[in-house]
Write a protein that binds this ligand. Structure first.
Ligand code: AGP
Length: 613
């Protein structure tokens, strides 16, 4: 989603702003702009990639000034074009703003301002903030901001420049992320840490309804009653190279390859002497024993992790689990009881729908435990308990290590709850812990198939008709169906090849009519009790001309007589196979996208962090 940067210091602001925006490119955007203040505010913006804006700035010989704001926009109100790009200035040019989020009541505010003769240039909700600020401005910068905040509704992280304050950058947030980077004789604002990492590791996390007054040598934090606020300084504890590509062509491949280590950290730090330590959660053993129902709520891949989690948690704890898409949950009046638990899952911790679902659950007095990657994110901060996935920064829009570490935390939760509820026989618990600890090495061994999967991606694009090249089926039963959903999304989002994940038994109820000579069907068959049934489904599609690629456990060599190609995963518990079966499909999706010349890390129309509804 949109990215914000800002600079107050003694060095030229424009290079910092452009570089910071580049570090935020992963959030997804369709236009970009910067505004820099010297004798006046000069703004440059352009539709499309950041490189276009950079060319514009270079062609103008740079922009002078040591105070500035920048923005990458992902269009919500008004088309992605130069005029609607941020920053936006008021009619008089006194106020300039960048904004992430949505001003929900911008239409009545705009109409009011227009009735007073104020002329708007753009179709955006953001311009209302600049115009309103200017109209209410009485020389008191903070006082005016407080008035503005009192009038706007919705979500916002705002960076603001005022012509009367040549040394001051103003920031405020509500329901949209914002950090304040703390440098030496320079300070920064940003939507996310990578934007400032080349300059500082120290930062404040701005909370909702807090104001920051940022100058080169000071940062002042105030609440909306102008009371000073103290915040601890956070220090980034991951290496700067973790946010860079580290020699890979794309972040996605780097992140695929980081999965073994991410899992080692996520699982290893929580299993000690044969026992699971679930961080310091407030949820008591009593609550776990008396739990009525678990509601897992998430979006996209996190929802796919939840689909697998449902099978695992129900199997090990015998607690009924409901899985909801966050965007549906919040509007369907879910039946929530005080002894229920809501688990929200989010890599970014900023997904608007998941955050809203979390609030809905809490408003119904349901304890919320969140599984989150981004430390200090909104979802993490608003939850009763947080279990971090510890995957490190994930930059590629398509999640990989984010998803597999979410699965790992779900396995840990299921095991821990099952042990507390006495629903797992001791011998089985011991075996499952052992299998869990083996997963990182087992996942790593799957990279041996990388060349074969690259070739499969090439061959698939060279074979068949345009129709068969662009329609792939991924079938599985039980947990394998859950994992197939994620594999299918990976292929769709980065290569734009249409694919469907199907519960294998459901194919013959309609979809099998789409199978024709050369259709690629990936059959995931790792569940021992369902193996024979899945093989029958493979035979059904094979008989209709499908080209079948099977993903099965080591030793299931009989599948070679029915499938055209087979990939094997190491042996583990039936409950944990999704962590492994998804990896060949991540690689297949990656190489298909490469084969088709797609921008792997930044697929069209997508944003890494979806902070609007
Ligand atoms: C994953 O590849 C997707 N880009 C997307 O579905 C993502 O999982 C979803 O938007 C949820 O994001 P979150 O985990 O940050 O909440």
């Amino acid at each position: 989603m949109c990215g914000i940067v800002g600079y107050a210091g003694y060095q030229p602001a424009a290079p910092f702003l452009l570089e910071g925006l580049q570090k935020l490119e992963y959030r997804g955007y369709d236009s970009a702009g910067i505004a820099v203040f010297s004798d006046k505010v000069r703004t440059m913006k352009s539709q499309g990639r950041l490189a276009t804006l950079r060319e514009k700035v270079d062609a103008a010989g740079g922009i002078p000034g040591t105070l500035g704001i920048g923005h990458t926009r992902w269009a919500t109100h008004g088309a992605p074009n130069d005029i609607n790009s941020h920053p936006h200035s008021s009619m008089t040019g006194r106020i300039t703003v960048v904004h992430n989020g949505i001003i929900e009541n911008y239409i009545p505010l705009k109409e009011e301002l227009q009735a007073e003769g104020i002329v708007f240039r753009s179709e955006t909700d953001t311009e209302v903030v600049a115009q309103l600020f200017d109209k209410l401005y009485d020389g008191d910068l903070v006082g005016t901001l407080i008035q503005v905040v009192g009038k706007i509704r919705g979500s916002y992280a705002l960076g603001i420049l005022c012509k009367d304050y040549p040394d001051t950058l103003l920031a405020v947030r509500k329901d949209s992320p914002m950090i304040i980077g703390l440098g030496e004789h320079e300070n920064y604002i940003a939507s996310d840490i990578p934007a400032v990492l080349d300059h500082t590791r120290n930062y404040y996390l701005l909370n909702d309804n807090e104001i920051a007054i940022i100058k080169a040598d000071s940062v002042e934090l105030l609440d909306l009653d102008r009371n000073p606020i103290h915040h601890d300084v956070y220090t980034v504890d991951y290496d700067i190279s973790a946010a860079e590509k580290g020699g890979y062509d794309y972040f996605m491949m780097k992140e695929i390859k980081e999965q073994p280590n991410a899992l080692r950290t996520c699982i290893g730090s929580r299993i000690q002497n044969g026992k699971i330590q679930l961080d310091k959660i407030r949820l008591t053993e009593e609550q776990i024993k008396n739990m009525g129902r678990i509601h897992i709520v998430a979006c996209g891949s996190a929802w796919h992790a939840a689909m697998v989690g449902k099978y695992v948690i129900e199997e090990l704890t015998r607690i009924p689990v409901e899985v909801d898409l966050a965007s549906e949950f919040r509007y369907r009046r879910p039946i929530l009881k005080p002894n229920d638990l809501c688990i929200t899952i989010s890599q970014s911790g900023e997904t608007a729908d998941t955050l809203a679902a979390l609030r809905e659950a809490r408003a119904n007095n349901v304890h919320v435990l969140s599984i989150v990657n981004a430390v200090g994110s909104s979802i993490a901060r608003e939850s009763d308990d947080v279990l971090y996935t510890m995957a490190g920064p994930e930059i590629a829009v398509a999640t990989t290590k984010g998803y597999t570490t979410q699965l790992a935390v779900l396995y840990l939760v299921a095991l821990k709850f099952g042990m507390i509820r006495d629903t797992i026989p001791a011998k089985l618990a011991e075996k499952l812990l052992h299998d869990l600890e083996a997963l990182p090495d087992q996942l790593e061994s799957l990279f041996n198939d990388e060349e074969a999967l690259k070739q499969l991606a090439k061959d698939h694009q060279a074979r068949g008709t345009e129709k068969t090249r662009n329609n792939v089926f991924i079938i599985g039963r039980g947990i394998d169906y859950g994992a197939s959903l994620e594999s299918s999304l990976k292929l769709k989002e980065i290569s734009y090849v249409h694919s469907e994940a199907y519960a294998a038994g459901e194919l013959k109820h309609g979809t099998i009519s789409l199978i024709e000579e050369g259709t690629l069907v990936v059959a995931v068959a790792t569940q021992k009790p369902l193996y024979e049934k899945l093989i029958s489904n493979v035979k059904e599609v094979k008989a209709r001309g499908a080209y079948v690629v099977a993903i099965v456990r080591e030793g299931c060599t009989d599948v070679e007589s029915v499938a055209d190609q087979v990939f094997y995963i190491p042996n583990t518990s039936d409950l944990f196979t999704s962590t492994l079966t998804v990896v060949p499909m991540q690689l297949f999706a990656y190489y298909t996208a490469i084969e088709l010349g797609c921008d792997v890390d930044k697929p069209r129309n997508l944003a890494k962090s979806v902070t609007v509804e």
